[in-house]
Design a protein around this ligand. Structure first.
Ligand code: ADP
Length: 497
């Protein structure tokens, strides 16, 4: 049987049991919560680690981007400097000026501090320092005294290696680096049409960003640009030298020609003076011969036997021919010496032609030839010296009569109105002549070797006189002819319309 105390005790025990149970439950629940908390903490830790990793990656990427940006800036700077240099090089036509275009600023804009340019001396094949920048005096002396550049040059020339393979060779790198006094550098051969003729070396100090392939590209473009400019300048210099030589030759030749021309002028003047003096001297005795012959022929001094008369008539004819020749020679000499004064006036062309035909009437009749003037009597006048233009017409028509066939001769005198001039044509259906003779008949004493000239006498001076008269008025005279078909003599004179 259970007592009250026992009941109290058992109640207390129960309560404590419950309390323990609830404690245990609470503890269990707390423990569970703690486990969950640990899990959360672990996942938080992981997240934090991941975030840290990402942050590091972002920083790395940013650094990378900055570097790339720097490189890009450098490349753009290099390209900009290269473009500036190209512009100056393109304007350069002097080989020495090519190296003046390169300067420290440009080198720095390309991302370098030091530059050495070597060029080959074609006379002995060795290279010499053509340009340097970025070095103090004592350094330049060191550079000039070392043979490193020659070593590098002979390697490049002998092996003909590419730039990148050269840079990869450690010996090559060492020599180049110590020559330049730089850790990072680029070397490029300067190539002209005939091959490698020099070297360009550019160096950057170690603090600078390391050189990239882009730098090599830029420098090889620069080197080839220098090579091309040197080629162009050489071509220009050669062309210029050639031009100078030609000009010198032309000047010398012109001087010689002028001297010859002056000598010829002096000779021609002497000849003209001589001809005119002799002609004058001949005129006086000729006039007396003709006078005496005329007196004898009148038989005032006594009867002249027929056989003597016949001889006297011949003397008279020959004297006439001689007088004609002497007069022509005198006129040619006078025109050539400039002592001939033309009295220009407006003349009717038709009248001149008609007068000439009237004068030559007997010859035309003898030859059985006909002549036709196809000039409008009212056509504009010509400006000429009356006496001289009559001589021109008489000479030309007289020749036409001389060279047309017996009984079949046809002579035409026509005119063509040009802008300010009148072209006069005198044509015939005579013996004609070839092209070469056509050019030469205006020369003094030139006569074509043909059947008519072998029998009919002439001086070869008529056309020279005609040419001189026309030329005196600064006009032209020319002949067109075909053998056995005929000739046309044409000349121009100013019209007075
Ligand atoms: P010439 O008549 O005294 O020989 P010119 O100076 O008048 O001298 O003429 C030179 C030459 O030109 C003539 O000898 C002749 O051979 C040639 N010639 C001139 N006119 C004619 C013509 N109309 N037809 C063919 N030949 C001509």
């Amino acid at each position: 049987m259970t007592t009250g105390t026992e009941i109290i005790f058992s109640s207390l025990g129960l309560a404590s049991l419950f309390a323990n149970i609830s404690l245990a439950i609470t503890l269990f629940l707390k423990y569970k919560q703690l486990g969950q908390l640990n899990k959360v903490t672990a996942s938080l830790k992981q997240s934090l680690e991941e975030m840290d990793e990402q942050a590091k990656m972002i920083v790395r990427t940013d650094l990378q981007l900055n570097k790339t940006q720097e490189e890009l800036d450098k490349k753009v700077g290099g390209l900009y400097a290269l473009q500036k240099l190209s512009q100056s090089l393109n304007k350069t036509l002097d080989q020495n000026q090519v190296f003046v275009c390169i300067n420290q600023n440009l080198i720095e804009e390309m991302g370098f501090q030091k530059c050495l340019i070597y060029a080959e001396d074609s006379s002995h094949g060795k290279i010499y320092l053509k340009y340097q920048t970025g070095y103090p005096e004592q350094e330049i002396t060191r550079i000039k005294n070392t043979t490193s550049a020659e070593e590098l040059y002979s390697i490049i020339k002998k092996k003909n290696l590419t730039l990148s393979s050269l840079s990869a060779e450690s010996n090559f790198r060492k020599t180049a680096g110590s020559l330049l006094g730089a850790d990072s550098f680029v070397i490029a051969p300067i190539v002209k049409k005939e091959g490698i003729i020099g070297l360009i070396l550019l160096g950057a100090s170690s603090q600078e960003a390391t050189l990239t392939e882009g730098d090599e590209e830029i420098i090889s473009i620069l080197a080839s640009q220098i090579g091309q400019t040197l080629d162009n300048a050489e071509l220009f210099e050669a062309a210029y030298r050639h031009h100078q030589e030609l000009e010198k030759k032309v000047i010398e030749r012109t001087k010689e020609l002028n001297e010859t021309l002056n000598e010829l002028k002096i000779l021609s003047r002497r000849k003209t003076d001589f001809v005119s003096a002799v002609s004058h001297e001949l005129r006086t005795p000729l006039t007396s011969i003709k006078g005496y012959v005329s007196i004898l022929l009148t038989e005032k001094l006594g009867k002249v036997p027929p056989e003597v008369k016949e001889r006297l008539i011949k003397i008279n004819r020959h004297s006439d021919e001689l007088t004609h020749l002497v007069n022509d020679m005198l006129d040619i000499a006078r025109i050539e010496s400039g002592k001939f004064e033309m009295k220009l006036q407006s003349l009717n062309l038709y009248n001149i032609a008609e007068t000439a035909l009237d004068l030559l009437g007997p010859q035309l009749k003898d030859k059985g030839a006909s002549a036709k003037i196809t000039i409008n009597p009212r056509s504009p006048g010509i400006l000429a010296d009356k006496t001289q233009i009559d001589r021109v017409f008489i000479n030309l028509i007289g020749n036409a009569v001389k060279f047309v066939p017996q009984e079949m001769g046809l002579i035409k005198i026509s005119a063509l109105e040009l802008t300010d001039l009148i072209q006069i044509n005198i044509s015939d259906n005579g013996i004609g002549m070839n092209q070469e003779d056509c050019q030469r008949i205006f020369e003094e004493f030139y006569r074509v070797d043909n059947t008519i000239n072998q029998t009919v006498k002439g001086t070869g001076l008529g056309l020279t006189l005609v040419k001189n008269i026309i030329r005196e008025q600064r006009r032209k005279i020319w002949a067109e002819s075909k053998i056995n078909q005929g000739s046309t003599f044409s000349f121009t004179l100013p019209s007075t319309k």
